[in-house]
Design a protein around this ligand. Sequence first.
Ligand SMILES: Nc1ncnc2c1ncn2[C@@H]1O[C@H](COP(=O)(O)OP(=O)(O)OP(=O)(O)O)[C@@H](O)[C@H]1O
Ligand SMILES: [Mg+2]
Length: 499
Amino acid sequence: MLVAEKIGKRFTGVIALQDVSMQLRPGRVTAIIGENGAGKSTLMKILSGVYAEYEGRILLNGAEVRFANPKEAQEKGISIIHQELNLIPDLSITENIFLGRELTDRWGLLNKKAMRERTALLLQRLKLNVSADILVRDLKVGQQQVIEIAKALLLESQVIIMDEPTSAISEAEVEILFGIIEQLRAEGKIIAYISHKLDELFRIADDFVVLRDGQVTETGTMKGIDHDAIVRKMVGRDIARLEHNRAPADAAEDLLSVAALSWHAGNKQLLKNISFSLRRGEVLGIFGLMGAGRTELLECILGLHAGEHTGDMRLNGVSLDVRSPRDAIRAGLVLVPEDRKKDGLIPGLDVKTNISLSILRSLGRNGLLNNQAERSLAEHYKDSLRIKTPNLEQQVRHLSGGNQQKVILARCLATNPKVLMLDEPTRGIDVNAKNEIYKLILELAESGLGIIVVSSELPEILTVSDRILVLCEGKISGTFPRATAGEDDILKAAIPKTI
Ligand SMILES: Nc1ncnc2c1ncn2[C@@H]1O[C@H](COP(=O)(O)OP(=O)(O)OP(=O)(O)O)[C@@H](O)[C@H]1O
Ligand SMILES: [Mg+2]
């Protein structure tokens, strides 16, 4: 059994954990639940040796343990899959998996062959069909997350902590992971599982621990607990699902129109003859399975592949000539990216700077940065998006995952866009904050923005969209107005006809 006793942890200005006691039992999956910033990742980092400084005790199989670093925790059989990817892009999959625990032969030389073989086996177990030698930078985000999982499995640990392991992977990969979790549970392993996708918890968890503002408010078994009860435990009150009867935008002219957009990369056709339009004040949802071309479509609109695709794009009737995200921002188009770490935040800079980053120029007069303007801008978004940070000077990497997502959103909004594109806008965001973001999307639409929301969560699409466009294998396979959109029809349109 793994027991935490009166764990406390503070960072400058923040009490992340206070008096936290809980236990993780063998052969059971324990869900650690709580809102963004509740302290879930911090607790898991303490259990896995990432933070050596803390109050209280950890007992493993009855004996107190104290780890100076993750390696010591691993040696004692505790490993963690981190929420944020910790891979080195320019190393191969094998090198990433064995980083810091390389296999050597009897002469002390690196045993590359053995490492590659073990990696290949792991990849096979996780049904990831790529070579062990491929560089991590060439993998998609979802695949990278699978590599994180492989890293933890390699160690055959007694305790496996998973901090939002499914935030970036596809349904099929989730199924594989769940199969593995079930196997681990049957082997009597201790598993802690963090996810904001509550339906996952119902499927996989046996027990739960609720954290609220750094304290345990409740523990118990999942049996007999439903969605609303979990939410109530997390947030401390009922949260109504967001319902609205927003009338679709009635503006006559199109804000953004895309006609016959096609994109070949190599011999692969990524987008085929895509045509659609977006009106002022409209929220257009784009749904599709992993690989349907959703992200590619947004990237083309943003000018990331200028010159590579054909077709016509217009903003307010004027032909769009964007060749970079900077051009796009100038034109009034902005994208909140899918991968906040890779494409978005600068983790070492503070909240204020991250928010004002894309408009630093317009904030400063005569080339001088107007500190006051920068501060009030950041202050405004901190309040309106309820970004949880002790102050605006906090480095973004110290914010919880969900709050980092809000910082990116703030940065994009600060550019004052005409068209706001959101790629998986609520990844890693808790139920309460999700609703806040949905409300915000609707408010922004009311204020006249055109909004495109790409999401793999159907309920999310159905909540915010006025109209839903379904992509399948790079083509538009269906268009549904909100009023008549049924889950089944949308899913049917999203699934390729020939497999
Ligand atoms: N290294 C750090 N320095 C300063 N503050 C930190 C640090 N790490 C975490 N915090 C703060 O501690 C609190 C708990 O953060 P933690 O990351 O544990 O939350 P979480 O429950 O995992 O949230 P999420 O669901 O968003 O991932 C937050 O207020 C966060 O800003
Ligand atoms: Mg976290």
